[in-house]
Design a protein around this ligand. Structure first.
Ligand code: CUA
Length: 343
């Protein structure tokens, strides 16, 4: 449906200017599963449109015929009841249309079943496995590996290689969330204590927005993440970089910033590999500087936004677990230097 893509991009272009991401739409599929959902949607759309047009035509014909027959009714020629033959014809027509409705519903049911089978199909016995854990209100992504030392953990940004099947294992630490990358697949709930599975197989490179699709509290709308679909080489390089411990601070201000991080309340909730900071309440920050957003897609990851976020996250995202931080201006600048060095 390329015409839809063109039309929707034209409409949305002013809103998306500068985002550098694809249009967030399940009708603009760039994945095997979303493609099958898209086909199902268009099948429903055209069948329903056809039925609507036929119903409107029948209604118009009935109204117009009634009007023209009324104009012929006079005191000398009163309206006559339809003959029995006409009643039989009407009954036959209604019976036929009821049968046709049943057939159409059956066809839609088969389409639904086939799309469901494509979405749930086990695509590969040895896929890339990403564990997704929902938190109020952020996403934890853990790239599994046979060797524990090669497991990569990140937050609020998913990287995927193009044209490879990826198994997504979903779980939640608090309430029910829903994992939704509209361009790649339908929604799948994350239910605490009841792991679920879904599959992704992106077919084009690009950056996509994704988000929680199940109301999960005050900041449900600020529970988003980005998905970067890239070549296998780029993906491998990104994953390898994720396996490295955090960069050591180089400048004096970065060293002071690290001390601020470790001695203030930051390290009680956030982990940085290779340092004593091991908090698990908030996102791990080992490679924080390479991430595109802060607060699960709430702000761009710029120095100014990060400073504002650290001092008063409640102002940006009321209800978020992260408390306000009282830091002097020098401490904040040092902390920013350190966090921005964590590539
Ligand atoms: Cu998580 Cu809505």
């Amino acid at each position: 449906m390329r015409w839809y893509r063109t039309a929707s991009i034209l409409i949305a272009a002013p809103l998306l200017a500068g985002c550098g991401t694809q249009l967030q739409s399940s009708l603009d599929p760039d994945g095997a599963q979303a493609g099958s959902i898209g086909h199902l949607w268009w099948m429903y759309f055209w069948v329903m449109t056809g039925i609507y047009v036929v119903v409107v035509i029948f209604a118009l014909v009935a109204v117009l015929r009634r009007k023209s027959s009324e104009s012929h009714v006079t005191p000398e020629r009163p309206e006559v009841a339809p003959p029995q033959q006409q009643t039989r014809r009407t009954n036959g027509l209604v019976g036929g249309l009821v049968g046709l409705t049943a057939i159409i519903l059956f066809v839609l049911l088969i389409g639904d079943f086939l799309a469901g089978r494509t979405i749930d199909a086990d695509l590969d016995p040895h896929p890339i496995v990403v564990q997704v854990i929902g938190h109020q209100w952020w996403w934890e992504f853990i790239y599994q590996d046979q060797q524990p030392s090669r497991i990569v953990s990140t937050a609020n940004e998913l990287h995927l290689p193009v044209n490879r099947p990826i198994r997504i294992e979903l779980d939640s630490r608090d309430v029910i969330h829903s994992f939704w990358i509209p361009n790649l697949n339908g929604k799948k709930d994350l239910i605490p204590g009841h792991p679920t599975t879904t599959w992704l197989q992106p077919t084009s490179e690009g950056t996509y927005w994704a988000q929680c699709a199940e109301y999960c509290g005050a900041q449900h709308a600020h529970m988003r993440f980005t998905v970067t679909v890239e070549s296998q080489d780029k993906f491998d390089a990104w994953l390898e970089a994720g396996r490295q411990p955090a960069q050591q601070p180089k400048t004096e201000s970065e060293k002071r910033g690290k001390q601020v991080f470790l001695t203030r309340q930051c390290s009680m909730c956030h982990a940085i590999d290779g340092t004593p900071a091991g908090g698990r309440v908030g996102p791990g920050l080992t490679h924080f500087a390479s991430r595109p957003t802060i607060g699960a897609g709430t702000l761009p990851n710029t120095r100014g936004d990060l400073g504002g976020w650290i001092i008063d996250p409640q102002h940006v995202k009321p209800g978020v677990r992260m408390p306000q931080n009282t830091l002097s201006s020098d401490e904040l600048q040092d902390l920013l230097d350190y966090l921005e060095s964590l590539q």
